[in-house]
Design a protein around this ligand. Structure first.
Ligand code: BGC
Length: 250
């Protein structure tokens, strides 16, 4: 039997977990989702994560680490930023907070890094052995850069400057919704964003995820870039699958 790992994805509205079959790169169980608490401090989130872990505990080897994603820069287990989450995550010893609450090993990673790794191993970038840039268009813009399977973590390409502002404020799915942009108004922003990324990094492949990628046929074919730009394949499973995969490497 293949060993399963638990992946947990912490998002702005829900905290989701599932056991992952790493051979297939898919969920081995149904996903459990619990709404994110209102004041989403690391301590409060750890309580919800603990409920999720407990519900899968009978199927989990106590020695296996749990993979957890957060929408923040993570270096050496510490969360360093909080662009779209409670400010108490800035410089929090988040991995240790989770470890103490769960009484087990934890691997904490940036949400887009986890999604990117999953797309590289099991999804849209599976056959690319060059440089892949994965972006997630959601509340913010998350990014992952992977070269021949190796993740360069915490790239934060959503925080590049675009037209005098932070790129995610201009070109995320949220920016489209908040500014009530039609696709014909949104596409030029995406074009400037991806052209900028291309001039800086020259990837072999762009992969675009986030909820809006479900409608990718409305905008991706309109973008003119040297590298192919394709929709993510694992959709909202990518964070959980990538977190579990990264936990299995520890
Ligand atoms: C954060 C990133 C995160 C992205 C997607 C950005 O605002 O800075 O760390 O990956 O949102 O959630």
């Amino acid at each position: 039997m293949t060993k399963s790992f638990l992946g947990i994805d912490i998002g702005g509205s829900g905290i989701k977990g599932a056991l992952v079959d790493l051979e297939r790169g898919d969920f081995a169980t149904d996903r459990l989702r619990i709404p994110t608490p209102m004041k989403s401090t690391p301590g409060k989130i750890a309580q919800v994560v603990s409920r999720i872990v407990n519900s899968f505990a009978p199927q989990l080897d106590p020695a296996t680490p749990i993979g957890i994603t957060v929408p923040a820069v993570v270096t050496h287990g510490k969360t360093r930023t909080a662009a779209n989450i409670d400010k108490s995550w800035i410089n929090a010893e988040a991995e240790n907070i989770f470890k103490a609450k769960l009484g087990r090993e934890v691997v904490l990673v940036n949400d887009a890094d986890a999604a990117g790794v999953a797309e590289q191993h099991y999804g849209a970038a599976r056959d690319c052995d060059g440089l892949v840039v994965v972006t997630t268009l959601g509340t913010g813009i998350g990014s992952a850069m992977i070269f021949r399977g190796i993740l360069i973590p915490n790239t934060e390409f959503g925080h590049l400057e675009l037209d005098g502002a932070v790129a995610e404020k201009q070109a995320s799915a949220n920016a489209k919704a908040e500014n009530k942009l039609s696709y014909s108004e949104y596409i030029p922003r995406l074009q400037r964003y991806y052209s900028h990324l291309e001039r800086l990094f020259w990837p072999d492949l762009f992969v675009v995820g986030g909820g809006i990628s479900r409608s990718s046929s409305k905008f991706l074919p309109k973008l003119k870039l040297s590298a192919p730009i394709v929709p993510a394949q694992l959709r909202n499973k990518a964070g959980i699958i990538g977190a579990a995969y990264l936990a299995s490497l520890r």
